[in-house]
Design a protein around this ligand. Structure first.
Ligand SMILES: [Zn+2]
Ligand SMILES: [Zn+2]
Length: 171
């Protein structure tokens, strides 16, 4: 089948619509064009799935036709809605995971743990203090050791943060 016939919605709108569960599992990044994969509830965690922003009700951008017309299995849920800037239901939870990760590092002081969680959040949000946060996070990660570094790299890919992925690639 021709690729254009296979993705009529994504081709016409540039993006398909994504269906994502409330805990950030992507159930279908091609909601319109591959409806047979749609799920009312997440098969991973049982949470209800959504296809629209919970604040402004516009559709969640899914798979991009123009960027990559072939299904991308590593498609990650966004953190903030592109129309109104509202965080998705899972965003707080993902950022909380960053703090939990930091809290479990054995050889950091309490202040350093708090700092590490804040630094990861700043980097994900690309806050103005990001360069300082990046330097400090690297120093803390070296102090914390290999398993913490690996955990941060894993977290970076889970929360789909390009900034954090780019940073940890240099470690
Ligand atoms: Zn789920
Ligand atoms: Zn919205």
């Amino acid at each position: 089948m021709d690729i254009d016939d296979e993705y009529p919605h994504a081709k016409a709108h540039e993006y398909d619509i994504a269906q994502i569960c409330l805990r950030a599992h992507v159930t279908n990044a091609e909601y319109m064009d591959k409806p047979k994969h749609n799920q009312k509830f997440c098969s991973t965690c049982g949470s209800p799935t959504i296809t629209t922003c919970q604040s402004c009700n516009a559709p969640i951008r899914g798979h991009s036709y123009s960027r990559d017309p072939i299904y991308a299995p590593d498609w990650k849920p966004p953190l903030y809605y592109h129309e109104c800037g509202s965080p998705y239901p899972w965003t707080d939870e993902l950022l909380r995971a960053a703090q939990e990760l930091a809290d479990e590092v054995p050889n950091l002081t309490d202040d350093e743990k708090k700092q590490m969680g804040q630094d990861i959040t700043d980097i994900v949000h690309n806050a103005p203090r990001t360069p300082a946060a990046a330097n400090r996070l690297k120093r803390l990660a070296i102090k914390a050791g290999e398993s913490t570094k690996d955990a941060i790299i894993q977290l970076a890919s889970n929360i789909a943060s390009d900034a954090l992925v780019k940073l940890t690639r240099g470690w």
